[in-house]
Design a protein around this ligand. Sequence first.
Ligand SMILES: [Zn+2]
Ligand SMILES: [Zn+2]
Length: 458
Amino acid sequence: MRITNLNPATDIGASAWFVELEGHRLLLDAGTHPKREGRDSLPLYNLIRREDLDAIAITHCHHDHVGSLPVALRHFPKAHVLMPELSYFLIERVLHNSVNVMTRQRDELGIKEYPLYSHDEVDEIAALFQGFRYNREIEWAAYHKTRAGAVSPTLEFYDAGHALGSAGIMVRGQKETLFYTGDVSFRDQTILRGARFDDVKTDVLIMETTRGDRDVPPGFSREAEIEHLTTALERVLKRKGCVLIPTFALGRTQEILALLALLMKAGKLRSQPIYIGRLGRAFTEIYDLEAHRAHRNHSNLKLTEALNLVVLEAGQVDKMRLSGGRIFVLTAGMMSEHTAAHDLAARMIGDERQAIFFVGYADPDTPGGRLKAAKTGATFLFSGSAGEVTRRCEVQDFDLTAHANREELLEFVGQVSPRAVLLAHGEVAARRWFEEQIRSRHPKIKVIQPEPGKTVEV
Ligand SMILES: [Zn+2]
Ligand SMILES: [Zn+2]
């Protein structure tokens, strides 16, 4: 099979893999690069624009995996779009929200290329979307059968435990198989249960490596981390400070809300309103409505009923009084500019009563990453619009990741024993760690780090 890495950059970037298998062509994911702007954020679709694509399969609805789908479909208007059924309930909201964000960025940052697609376009392509249950074989090339009697390759979604509707994708041809992990969590989160990749065996593996550059500290446990978070919340609320937890709207927000709901139920946290954003609210409702379809814990826990969720309207965070101990769970996780989390953080940073608690990854080149790195009392450039600020607020980092740890992924490589592994979705140092480890532990497995735009024959 031939695989082309369409990520335009060498970092985590935008996920998009072009796969040619036994005469059929498939695109796995159609993301955008979160740190790039305009067309530079797109995968290298030009490289495959002359190809005849049968289908596009989506692992999950985070922007780095699905944000450029309407652009991909402009190149391949006949391609069917396949995704896990739970993603089917989310994807249109995600794409419409993208249009809104890009439109705002055009107006506020002057990025003339934005939006890269329109609301109408999202509505038009929606008819191509198909949702499938996990662990069902789907004939993805059947629509374009060219040779009479040729047997079509299949694909199958495996629950990846990362966010609602997330999947790894198994592609099966007549002679060989490919498995793409997407983003994966092997461990249970508060709501979602861990990935169900137990029986995965494959010839070729494309694997995420997000956490390849960080070790799990000795004695670490998620439970202990939750205890630390609980104590820290109590401490800040007691001094009448506010707590901001910056998160992704899909996945992280609901996991944190579930945690807060359980703490309140157990009497470990005073019952009080939780302030969230509009998109976070929309996805939270879908988590509730689709609870019966998801492989999850606390399936009777309805977040919208268990919590007093207060949705903040645009601009409201600029005016709210920051006293009396409020809890905010707001996007964006990395505090990119012109988001509620960014604007609220800008107000909180200089106030020692306030606290900002990170619960996920923040790239060092983002406002969130710079805040994480700033020591108390240090003056640093938070963002273009907020300028230089002096950090007086409390900042903590809690490891409640939705990504597999590197040791778990290494174990997974051993389990599937592929003939080749393509390292994906990680910074250079993270991929290097995996390459060294796999080479020493599994010398027979070929390790490939395909560069942007490069096609590898495996
Ligand atoms: Zn993700
Ligand atoms: Zn991702």
